[in-house]
Design a protein around this ligand. Structure first.
Ligand code: AMP
Ligand code: ZN
Length: 119
């Protein structure tokens, strides 16, 4: 599996930096955002280092599909209220102009009862 020794999310995926884990399997790790915008805010990452959405190609179809399919199920489990009154936001910041701060692909899932701190 490709990892980047200087990448904070690779270190989290490898267990070298602790995280508050929501879900884990062989290829995917999900953990709470350290600086949540809302009552529910977690991040889904592939364990392999993919720097951003701009680096995604056809070879990533399966992993991205699995992450997206996991998101609603975990959103519900973590306390997002049912659609349509409840719901959640899915955000994938990409690149500097796209407001990406950590350059390891991650999917934000943000939700829960408003008001939120941000978003
Ligand atoms: P982005 O701006 O999309 O790159 O988002 C990066 C997110 O990672 C931010 O919401 C941070 O709060 C979050 N973050 C950074 N370091 C950690 C960490 N060690 N554990 C959990 N979340 C983190
Ligand atoms: Zn990484």
């Amino acid at each position: 599996m490709s990892t980047d020794a200087n990448c904070i999310f690779c270190k989290i995926a490898e267990g070298k930096i602790p995280s508050s884990k929501v879900y884990e399997d062989e290829d995917i790790l999900v953990f709470h955002d350290i600086n949540p915008w809302a009552p529910v805010h977690f991040l889904l990452i592939p364990k392999q280092h993919i720097a951003s959405m701009a680096h995604v190609g056809p070879e990533h179809t399966e992993i991205l599909g699995r992450m997206m399919a996991l998101a609603p199920q975990l959103a519900k489990q973590q306390g997002c209220e049912p659609y349509p009154e409840g719901g959640f936001r899915i955000i994938i910041n990409t690149g500097v102009q796209g407001m990406q701060e950590v350059h390891h692909l991650h999917i934000h899932v943000i939700g829960g009862p408003r008001p939120w701190k941000k978003g």
